[in-house]
Design a protein around this ligand. Structure first.
Ligand code: TXA
Ligand code: MG
Length: 381
């Protein structure tokens, strides 16, 4: 469905950590005024992007079918991918569900407000556009003062996916939202960069045994304290098969525990790309040093995986803006929030290399031992 262009207003929240987005169209407001303006627009059927602690969300009132349709259209989101309902507190989440899980109470008490989405049997009356026709609903209480103030001002749940074009990396700044959705949404509340940087953990509590559908900032290790034996095994989720988190340049991912082997392979791949007439860019942790001739973004430190989560989508978008043809990067240790980072990298990657351990001093790196793996295609999601 085509969407008519609209004037996208940006309000920069004063006193938040906002660097400014340099468009010249931003209006500065206090948080309360920005939230009031957003709530009015939403009530009138508008689409509003707002910060959460994870990434920016694109909110629509579920009671507005035309707005929901517009939300799917502007994102280019397939109709079979359900939306998360954002609520101000646990009581509001509970009202959206039929059959509140006993575990949900304990998890909510421990992790909400916070980056955990729980999938539960849906209460009657939730629009099929939100649930994608499933019998379940995803609910979460975000831990961001602007998101919470907006939900309180509305007094009703807000359906909100990430505020990016489907398939693209999620937005962690208002500028990212503007890059994807200028002229398509009514308002963006610029509350500065989102602190976590990857999307919420999605936990399915609607099945007899809980299942982790999407790793996030609430870690598998934390959840295992409540749900012993919970596994992160790949599980069919509604949008499985769609591509996600992809930059415009193709992403090449090198996995391996030995950073010397990974470093050597990245060097080789960069040289091979240049020899092929391509312009490679590198997304590297600080530990990989600065001896790289190519455009390079340092996206965090392996020693502090929170920085990798916070820097991932920013880095991918920066390299796209630098106009590189391909982005070379490396995996991270899949523990803690690293599991979420690795999950996004694997989904974003066009090609994955897993160089086998080879002698460090063989001089030739791991070229002979590498195992390239080409990703199968899929439609954009
Ligand atoms: O951190 C976040 O979760 C952000 C912020 C804005 O809250 N939102 C976000 O929404 O990432 P979205 O739509 O980009 O991703 C929601 C994920 C999708 O993978 C969707 O399939 C899954 O949650 N999901 C939503 N409802 C579901 C349901 N009823 N059953 C299974 N999965 C569901
Ligand atoms: Mg998304």
């Amino acid at each position: 469905m085509a969407s008519e262009a609209v004037a996208t207003r940006v309000v920069q929240v004063v006193a938040a950590d906002a660097a400014g987005i340099g468009t010249g169209v931003a209006v500065r407001m206090r948080a309360a005024a920005a939230v009031a303006a957003a709530a009015d627009l939403l009530a009138a059927g508008g689409l509003v992007a707002f910060p959460t602690e994870t990434v920016y969300g694109l909110g629509a009132l579920p009671s507005r079918p035309a707005t929901l349709a517009r939300l799917f259209a502007v994102k280019g989101r397939p109709a079979d991918n359900p939306l998360i309902m954002h609520v101000a507190d646990t009581a509001a989440a509970r009202r959206l569900t039929a059959g509140w899980h006993p575990l949900a109470d304990r998890l909510a008490a421990h992790f909400w407000p916070g980056p955990l989405t729980m999938i539960l049997p849906a209460a009657p009356g939730i629009p099929a556009a939100v649930t994608a026709g499933l019998s379940t609903v995803g609910v979460r209480v975000p831990a961001h003062p602007i998101a919470l103030a907006l939900l309180q001002a509305l007094g009703e749940p807000l359906a909100a996916p990430s505020a990016n074009r489907s398939g693209r990396p999620s937005p962690t700044t208002a500028a990212h939202v503007l890059a994807d959705l200028a002229g398509l949404v009514d308002l963006i509340i610029d509350g500065g960069p989102t602190p976590v940087g990857v999307e919420s953990t999605v936990l399915d509590l609607s099945t007899p045994a809980p299942v982790l559908l999407r790793p996030g900032a609430v870690t598998l290790e934390q959840l295992c304290q409540f749900i012993p034996g919970l596994s992160a095994a790949a599980t069919p989720s509604p949008a499985v098969g769609y591509r996600h988190y992809r930059p415009a340049a193709s992403l090449v991912l090198v996995l391996g525990e030995d950073t010397v082997v990974v470093h050597n392979m990245l060097k080789e791949l960069a040289a091979a790309a240049r020899a092929d007439g391509k312009r490679p860019g590198l997304l590297l942790a600080a530990e990989f040093g600065d001896d790289w001739p190519e455009p390079r973004v340092v996206w965090g430190s392996l020693a502090n995986p929170d920085t990798l989560a916070a820097g991932l989508y920013v880095g991918l978008r920066q390299l796209d803006e630098a106009g590189v043809d391909l982005i070379l990067t490396h995996g991270v240790e899949p523990i803690g929030i690293g599991l979420a980072v690795q999950n996004r990298l694997l989904q974003a990657a066009e090609r994955v290399y897993r160089p086998r351990f080879s002698k460090r001093n063989d001089g030739a790196g791991s070229a002979a031992a590498r195992v390239p793996h080409r990703r199968k295609g899929g439609s954009m999601g």
